[in-house]
Design a protein around this ligand. Structure first.
Ligand code: NDP
Ligand code: OXD
Length: 314
């Protein structure tokens, strides 16, 4: 029987341990730092592992990220030459779609305005514009971006997506690569980011990019929603853009520093929704079975699914 090592920072490791042990089918499950004999570890299931960890596990057969993203582990300079697998699961995908639909609607239906009016006991019943007049642009058309795009199309938004490689998705206008980014931005009123954090995407959400968004939309100015990673955004640029009207509002689930420091101006900014990196946080109740099914496949000699491309970093 194989041995699994769980290495989890920032989430409750005990909930993962209990679930792995309950469903593990007799496999030994150890929780870092109680590694025991490192030569016994076959699989590492990790969230934000310490740098250098993998080099201490000489018989590792595969690494599983317990989230969809792998930026938390990929920068380890001593990554062994074993497959790195990420989570793709309908539970996670649906919750990200909920978050994106919710926040697109909050900006589309000007919820900050109505919160302020409620606070001031003001009754102003302006007619709201229909979704068909609003252009949503999604950065990252992978598993999560595509699902959110399809849900937004159903509601009636005009949806476009941008990715590295060309896509063809019914009802969605698609753009690919750096050369088409400007055209994508120029037709976007609500920008939603679900990109992975890689050397190619770090800092992409900058003032220069915000200036490229549509200026003629029905919202008055474009809005930003980032549910990818904090490293994708330049926070001083978001603040500048909100303060000078380049952006009308923002929903931020991820931050350059997490947890968001108490002194961050985002906490109290009148144009910002802050959520604590839980747009689609991994739930052990739903996802442990997914990881174990992959381990079972591997042990039966079947190929692992959702292996990342190390060169691309996602
Ligand atoms: P995927 O790998 O399925 O999709 C990534 C998408 O980004 C792909 O469309 C890819 O293009 C595109 N992309 C990557 N690099 C570039 C680039 N340089 N230029 C243009 N497009 C690029 O990932 P998921 O959809 O599963 O997840 C996306 C990210 O969401 C995760 O990496 C993670 O950071 C974040 N996330 C956040 C959560 C939260 O709670 N806030 C929860 C889960 C995930 P192509 O299709 O051509 O490969
Ligand atoms: C993920 C996350 O990558 O929760 O899955 O951020």
């Amino acid at each position: 029987m194989s041995t699994i090592l769980l290495v989890i920072a920032g989430w409750d490791p005990e909930a993962w341990l209990a679930r792995f042990r309950a469903l593990g089918g007799g496999r030994e499950v150890r929780l870092w730092p109680d590694v025991g004999d490192p030569a016994n570890i076959d699989y590492a299931c990790v969230w934000k592992p310490p740098a250098g960890l993998f080099a201490t596990l000489p018989c590792l057969r595969a690494i599983f990220s317990l989230g969809a993203g792998v930026d938390h582990l990929i920068e380890d300079v001593a990554l062994p030459a074993v497959p790195i697998v990420r989570i793709v699961d309908s539970n996670l995908t649906r919750r990200m779609t909920e978050y994106v639909v919710l926040h697109v609607l909050l900006h589309h239906r000007r919820m900050k305005l109505y919160e302020a009016q409620q606070h001031a006991r003001q009754w102003r019943d302006d007619i709201e514009r229909p979704a068909s007049e609003v252009r949503v642009g999604i950065l990252g058309m992978g598993v999560l971006g595509r699902a959110a795009a399809e849900a937004l199309v159903q509601i009636g938004f005009r949806v476009a997506g941008w990715s590295r490689s060309r896509k063809s998705i019914p009802g969605v206008e698609t753009f690919a690569g750096k050369t088409e980014l400007r055209r994508f931005l120029a037709r976007t009123d609500i920008l939603v980011c679900m990109l992975p954090l890689t050397p190619a995407t770090r800092g992409l959400l900058s003032y220069d990019l915000f200036r490229g968004l549509a200026r003629d939309g029905v919202l008055g100015a474009p809005a930003l929603i980032n549910a990818g990673r904090g490293g994708l955004q330049v926070e001083v640029d978001i603040l500048r853009a909100l303060d000078d009207g380049t952006l009308i509002g923002a929903s931020l689930d991820v931050f350059e520093t997490e947890p968001l420091p108490p002194a961050s101006p985002f906490w109290t900014h009148a144009k910002v929704y802050v959520t604590p990196h839980n747009a689609a946080q991994s739930d052990p109740q739903a996802l442990v079975a997914n990881v174990l099914a992959q381990i079972e496949r591997h042990e039966r000699g079947l190929p692992l699914e959702h292996i990342i491309d190390r060169k691309l970093g996602y």
